[in-house]
Design a protein around this ligand. Structure first.
Ligand code: ZN
Length: 249
C-alpha cells in the first residue's frame, strides 16, 4: 500500500450541476487507494462526464502534477465557457439590430405606400352644411363674400385640402383666427374663424388637421370660412375649384 499524501485542502465544487465533474486530487487518490477504476467511477457517477486530465493521462492524481493538470483543465473549461457566452451575446445583439433595421424599413415602405395612396385634394371638413356661398352679400361683409362657408360645430377638425406649407396662423380681424396654406401649384387656401390652431407652421399633407371650427372674428355662428386664391391673387369660387380638383362637396 503506497503512503497517502496529506490532503492539500482543495475542494473545488462545480457551480453548475450540468457541468462535468472535476474530482479533487484527494478524492481521486481515495479511489486509487480503494482499488476503484477512476475513469469508470466518474463515468458511473455522472453518466457521460468529462474525464479529468490527470485520470485520462494516467497520471497519478495524488501527485502535484495530477492536481495541476486538473486545475489547468478546469481553467481552460471556464475560459471556453466565458468565450462561448460572449459569442452568444454578440450574436443575439446582431440579430436584434437586424430585426430593428428590418422593422424600420417596413415602416418606411408602409409610410410611402400611404402617401402614394393619399388623394391630392380633400374636403376641408368631413361633416358640414354648406351655408354662405362665394359672391353672396350680407350685412356682415363690406364686400361680396370672398369664400365658401362650411357650418359645423365648434371644435370640428379643419383639414388642409392639399399638401403644402403653412405660411401663417394668426388673428386677422373679421376673419378671426386664420390659417393660410401655400400649395406647390401656387394656390393659396385660407381657413378662417377657427376656435383653435392645431398647426401653426411647417409642411402639411392633404387631410392634415390644422385647426378647429369656431366663430372667432365676424360671424353669427360656428363655421369654417374657406377661400381659394390661385397664385396668391384674388379669391375665386371654392366649390367649382374643389370639384374640378376631384373633391366632392
Ligand atoms: Zn365666410
Amino acid at each position: 500500500m503506497p503512503p497517502r499524501r496529506p490532503s492539500r485542502g482543495r475542494h473545488r465544487r462545480p457551480k453548475n450541476t450540468g457541468a462535468p465533474v472535476y474530482l479533487t486530487a484527494a478524492t481521486l487518490a481515495t479511489f486509487a487507494v480503494s482499488g476503484v477504476n477512476v475513469p469508470g467511477a466518474i463515468g458511473a457517477s455522472r453518466g457521460s462526464g468529462t474525464v479529468p486530465v490527470a485520470a485520462s493521462l494516467g497520471v497519478r492524481p495524488s501527485t502535484q502534477l495530477g492536481a495541476a493538470a486538473d486545475e489547468l483543465h478546469s481553467r481552460v473549461a471556464e475560459q471556453e465557457s466565458v468565450r462561448a457566452s460572449r459569442l452568444r451575446a454578440t450574436q443575439a445583439l446582431a440579430v436584434q439590430r437586424l430585426a430593428e433595421i428590418a422593422r424600420k424599413e417596413a415602416q418606411r415602405r408602409a409610410k410611402e405606400a400611404r402617401e402614394r395612396a393619399r388623394p391630392t385634394w380633400v374636403k376641408p371638413i368631413l361633416n358640414y352644411r354648406l351655408t354662405a356661398g362665394f359672391g353672396q352679400s350680407s350685412y356682415l361683409w363690406s364686400h361680396a363674400h370672398t369664400g365658401q362657408d362650411f357650418a359645423a360645430p365648434v371644435g370640428t377638425p379643419v383639414r388642409t385640402i392639399g399638401a403644402g406649407r403653412i405660411v401663417s396662423a394668426d388673428w386677422d380681424g373679421a376673419y378671426g383666427r386664420k390659417i393660410v396654406v401655400l400649395h406647390p401649384d401656387g394656390t393659396v387656401t385660407w381657413y378662417a374663424h377657427l376656435s383653435a390652431f392645431v398647426r401653426t407652421s411647417g409642411t402639411v399633407q392633404a387631410g392634415d388637421v390644422i385647426g378647429r371650427v369656431g366663430s372667432t372674428g365676424n360671424t353669427t355662428g360656428p363655421h369654417l370660412h374657406f377661400e381659394v386664391r390661385p397664385g396668391d391673387g384674388d379669391p375665386i369660387n371654392p366649390l367649382p375649384w374643389l370639384r374640378a380638383h376631384g373633391v366632392r362637396v
